[in-house]
Design a protein. Structure first.
Length: 388
């Protein structure tokens, strides 16, 4: 399906190791609950409406609706361990309930540092909502046998504020087997796409939310239209800001010229776009808290052997600078970004070196199978300690 596949990939590997795995998740398009088996995983689909284009208020109600339904579903299952993966942090409520009901441990995975991030982007404005979020955070961590964080910065934040909580970093990962055919798929896509052909391609594949700040690429496209008009920018995804991005691109005269706004595609389909691109991007608005994120798109690019450009600080920017696997663009400066991207893409030696560095990171540091070993170890150790 479209979006991140971390939970699916780790769950199916758990099944292959002989574990019995049940996943409770939402199905926004459904009008009733159902159960299916996917790659040996028993999936409990709950009819909970959700869309990234929803307002923060509507999303909160959706989160609470999932809490109510998933708590009831989890309470019916027998299990030796509960794994709750956030965001939102409200998933800890059904997780903690199910763990307490069966007297088993809960491992909590934190994909964003709550409530620091929603406060920073203005999603939680009132003192009451912030107080409640902080209380929920403390409650969730203290009921966790172990916490998995997706970045060193997330782990450091949790350890600083909750020093007694054991934390392990298991970042997002590169599915090298999925992207093994990226070069051939990319070549086919280029031949079939008249606006691309053999032109340089910059790719953004991900959520089009407020925090992502993808308008940066639209403004960069406007500068490139004057300085290097052959460079193409493709934006793939959906979200709250999609219509605004289209309007902005049309106003700046770049829509369907050097910038192309495409819809969401499945993980399998996105392989061709990464294979076709010369530079993948990860964008965020200029907030320090977002530097702790662990964007799937970065690790997908590494898996495809493609350089990455970011417009923010944090651990990914430091990784790119240290490894040479990409470019760190100036925040809030699309003009400077256009010059940097053009200079990079017009330097074959720089692109080749960055591609090699990206492939090395995917193989040696972020391979999905490699990081799964750390993930499974946390879960089995938590279950083993509960038995003593």
């Amino acid at each position: 399906m479209a979006g991140g596949t971390r939970s699916y990939e780790f769950a199916r590997r758990l099944v292959e190791r002989g574990h019995e795995v049940h996943v409770i998740t939402g199905d926004p398009a459904a009008d009733r609950a159902r159960i299916s088996t996917e790659s040996g995983i028993v999936v409990h689909w709950l009819p909970v409406p959700y869309d990234n284009a929803m307002s923060y208020g509507r999303r909160l109600w959706s989160f609470l609706g999932f809490v109510r339904r998933s708590t009831a579903e989890a309470g019916r299952l027998r299990h030796d361990l509960v794994f709750a993966t956030s965001t939102p942090l409200t998933v800890a409520i059904p997780g903690a309930y199910a763990a307490r009901r069966r007297r088993v441990p809960m491992v909590l995975e934190v994909r964003d540092v709550w409530p620091e991030l929603p406060i920073a982007i203005g999603a939680l404005r009132s003192p009451v909502s912030r107080w409640a979020a902080h209380r929920l955070e403390a409650w969730a961590y203290r009921r966790s046998a172990h916490v998995i964080a997706l970045s060193p910065g997330m782990a450091a934040s949790i350890r600083r504020r909750f020093p007694r909580v054991p934390v392990t970093v298991v970042p997002n990962s590169s599915d090298r087997s999925l992207f093994a055919g990226a070069d051939d798929a990319g070549a086919d896509l280029r031949r079939a796409t008249p606006w691309l052909q053999d032109r340089p391609l910059v790719l953004y594949a991900g959520t089009l939310g407020l925090a992502n700040g993808v308008d940066y690429l639209v403004r960069m496209a406007a500068r490139l239209a004057d300085t290097d008009p052959e460079i193409r920018i493709a934006i793939i995804g959906d979200g709250k800001m999609r219509d605004g991005l289209r309007e902005q691109a049309a106003e700046l005269g770049v829509l369907e010229k050097n910038l192309f706004l495409l819809g969401s595609v499945s993980k399998a389909e996105v392989v061709a776009f990464f294979g076709a691109c010369d530079l993948a991007t990860s964008m965020f608005i200029n907030l320090p808290e977002l530097g702790n994120n662990s964007p799937n798109k970065v690790f997908d690019a590494f898996a495809a052997g493609r350089p990455v450009a970011v417009n923010h600080g944090g651990w990914i920017a430091e990784l790119l600078a240290a490894s040479g696997a990409g470019v760190v663009l100036p925040p809030d400066d699309p003009g400077g970004a256009a010059a940097a991207v053009s200079a990079f893409l017009r330097d074959p030696a720089a692109v080749a070196a960055a591609r090699a560095a990206a492939s090395e990171l995917a193989r040696d540091r972020f391979d999905r199978d490699l990081l799964f070993e750390d993930f499974e170890r946390v879960l089995t150790d938590a279950a083993a300690h509960a038995d003593r």
